[in-house]
Ligand binder design. Sequence first.
Ligand code: PLP
Length: 377
Amino acid sequence: MNLFNVYPINDIEPVRAQGSWLWDNHGQKYLDMYGGHAVISVGHCHPHYVQKLTQQLQNINFYSNSVRIPLQDELAQKLGELSGYPDWSLFLCNSGAEANENALKLASFHNGRSKVVAFTKAFHGRTAGAVAATDNAAIVAPVNYKNHVTFLPFNDVLAVNEHITEEVCAVIVEGIQGVGGIQVASEAFLRAIRQKCDETGAAFILDSVQCGYGRSGRFFSHQHYADLHPDLITTAKGMGNGFPIGGVLIAPKFAAKHGMLGTTFGGNHLACAAGLAVLEIMQQENLVENATQVGDYLLRNIAEMGGYRELRGRGLMIGIEYDFPVDELRNKLLFEHKIFTGVAGKNTVRLLPSLALTTAEADVFLEALAAEVRVLV
Ligand code: PLP
């Protein structure tokens, strides 16, 4: 049987990884400024993560959500404490799309409505409800019915004020758009959504799948703005440092009812052990603070280097938009300088490294970028 060929892949086979580094099957070393698409939060194969998962595997790795799994409570407690939402609840699932799907369902169960407001260039995942709220016609199949979704221009306060009405079930938005090219949601925009949701009874869902979990230099990117709280926060990616786990953080006003949400794998023992290990490492090693410091260092140095059209981002979620398509630049970084980076659209290089990236590692990237930008600009 062949694999269903849906991924354009680079001819590189990583076989080992540590911290911000990968090694391929020929022993070649690579710097990881991409974090496997924002997933590697605490660094590859962190000893505490490896130890915690190994230990858990030897005890029990799975049982269904029909029994007590205290690791789930431990994870919820720790997440509440570190994220600043101690009085909220947590629903555990397995991916970002699933988190958004469940957040949309919860909103709809809560207010009985079905209309969704999303924004231009949004990406919320590939399952039915999530992809319907994603602004990319190429990945929406006819079965992903989307007549209930209205797309408004991102960061447009007037559009928010005009179109969030009593008919709207939920407004879903990324705190910093990832796939959309590292576009930071402005404070005025998010506050307008909050106010309109309060006025109309719509639920405010902040998709923090990519910009969450410390990457922006706050636990969640909306926390750069004081006292601004959504109703539901979705998370995945960095939450398990590579072990599949997602979650919906749920404000106290939502009432739980047995059977309203559910999943076979969500909240399994191994996923919770991974999730806990990530939070413990983030706390012990001050990784949110590190994301701010090393992110600022990168932004400062890229700004000094110049040659770009626009530099965007916060913490270790950075987009560098050039006047030219960046495929060649990205390939040079990967195949000549041995550095993984991401792209967003045609012209933007996207940086999503581990939150434990050091300034010395950032320098390796900066030197390579400067050498290539000198040639290309
Ligand atoms: N939401 C955002 C903002 C994302 O960036 C992604 C994935 O890139 C998703 C949701 C979907 O996550 P997953 O691929 O885990 O389903």
